[in-house]
Design a protein around this ligand. Structure first.
Ligand code: FAD
Length: 395
């Protein structure tokens, strides 16, 4: 991969930087609220997404007909980097943009693409991921939610759990069992379900940090048009795995995020008192910062290698599991370092006047525990790497 930006790419970077800088106030205004509070706070994030969409910056690598600008994957990576470094807000429709969108571009019908992709980008419809069920997480193919065909519709019954953004969802892409007699990985279908349909019930789950980032979703006799099947009936496993490739391979956490967190950790270590000086004087803190810098750089190079594959038009491979394992464990270490720098003050939560960053470091630390679980646990990623990347025999 060539690390020098072409003239066109450099001009694009300047354009994005300029736009983000012109929108500094909106960025600060949006980030000042916690979107998980819902209501007006959530709508602020939605307006921010609309501003991006109107500027053609929602997802630059998407085709123009769906609201993108047909830019290269390299330009998409440049955008992501500038976005993060500018401290811009969370992408609230990330499951639609990062996971379903690219999957529909591979497997979706023309109708599905033109119906859903522009609305995903404009953030008119928020998407959720309905994969996990009680007893079907790592062992996803054990899922039991059923869909039975009746004429031009499927009737869905069952339960999904750990549904991120469930409270805000308009649509859910989900896996349902359509042939209970088939072997475990067959007889599964990938279905798009309107969450406002009769028979869909969402129950938010409150987490250790007090937020309700996800929910349980129940389906009781939900009628879904057969036209909402993505790929072929009973052959949804291939679609599901393609989507997971997009999820694990850095789609969630790009290298720029780690550079930004590291920059903030270094800044914190230079301010936080320790002994007669500051935390940054402590040799152990310095060693861990250096180690984190090396890890962030290694991750960046790994992602660039994956990007080269995508730029050549190849699909993400099982190497995405290497990436997932790496970034999720690195995130835990970085958040632990921030907490160790803060010492006992770290535990002060949101709203406490003494809290650093309004308790954000602590909230991030708690959430980081989940990063080695969602999108596939570390143990399972190790199995995939062993078997499919290294070619070792199955257990
Ligand atoms: C914050 C968060 C958000 C999430 N959001 C979503 C979402 O939006 N949509 C969605 O569908 N799901 C979501 N999930 C669910 C997530 O994908 C699952 O939690 C994950 O796949 C693990 O499944 P499980 O919880 O059933 O654990 P289990 O599969 O029961 O695993 C329990 C433990 O056993 C280990 N284990 C299991 N099988 C093996 C094996 N073969 N070899 C070695 N060890 C093994 C696991 O690694 C783990 O340590 C979310 C989870 C979290 C924590």
């Amino acid at each position: 991969m060539d690390f020098e930006l072409s003239g066109e790419d450099a001009a694009f970077r300047d354009e994005v930087r300029g736009w983000l800088s012109d929108h500094r106030e909106q960025i600060a205004h949006t980030r000042a609220v916690d979107w998980e509070a819902g209501g007006e706070a959530f709508e602020r994030y939605r307006s921010w997404e609309r501003a991006l969409f109107d500027a053609g910056l929602g997802a630059v690598a998407w085709p123009e007909e769906y609201g993108g600008r047909g830019a290269s994957m390299v330009q998409q990576a440049i955008f992501n980097e500038e976005y993060i470094l500018a401290g811009a807000p969370d992408r609230i429709n990330r499951l639609g943009m990062g996971l379903l969108g690219p999957t529909l571009m591979v497997y979706g019908t023309a109708e599905q693409r033109s119906r859903h992709l522009p609305r995903i980008l404009a953030c008119d419809e928020i998407w959720c991921q309905g994969y996990s069920e009680p007893d079907a997480g790592s062992d996803l193919a054990s899922l039991r939610t059923r869909a039975v065909r009746e004429g031009d519709e499927f009737v869905v019954d069952g339960q999904k759990t750990w549904t991120s953004l469930g409270r805000f969802g308009d649509w859910i892409f989900t896996l349902v069992r359509t042939d209970p007699a088939a072997p475990k990985h067959r007889g599964i279908t990938f279905l798009l379900v309107d969450m406002h349909s009769p028979g869909v019930e969402v129950r938010p789950l409150v987490q250790i940090d007090g937020s309700a980032r996800f929910a349980e979703v129940f389906f009781t006799g939900v009628r879904v048009p057969a036209a909402n099947v993505v790929g072929r009936v009973d052959d949804g496993w291939a679609v599901a795995m393609t989507l997971l490739g997009f999820e694990r391979g850095g789609g969630l956490y790009g290298p720029a995020l780690f550079h930004r967190i590291l920059r903030d950790v270094i800044d914190l270590s230079r301010r936080e008192p320790r002994g007669d000086g500051v935390a940054a004087d402590d040799p152990d803190v310095r060693r861990r910062v250096a180690q984190s810098y090396i890890e962030t750089r290694v991750y960046e190079l790994t992602v660039q290698r994956a990007l080269t594959r995508l730029a050549r038009g190849e699909a993400p491979g099982p190497e995405a599991s290497l990436s997932k394992l790496y970034w999720s464990e690195m995130k835990v270490r970085l958040d632990e370092l921030a907490l160790d720098i803060l010492g006992p003050r770290a535990e002060l939560g949101r709203g406490s006047p003494e809290a650093e960053h309004d308790g954000g470091w602590y909230a991030d630390y708690l959430y980081a525990r989940a990063s080695t679980i969602f999108a596939g646990t570390s143990e399972v990623q190790k199995n995939i790497v062993a078997q499919r990347v290294l070619g070792l025999p199955r257990e």
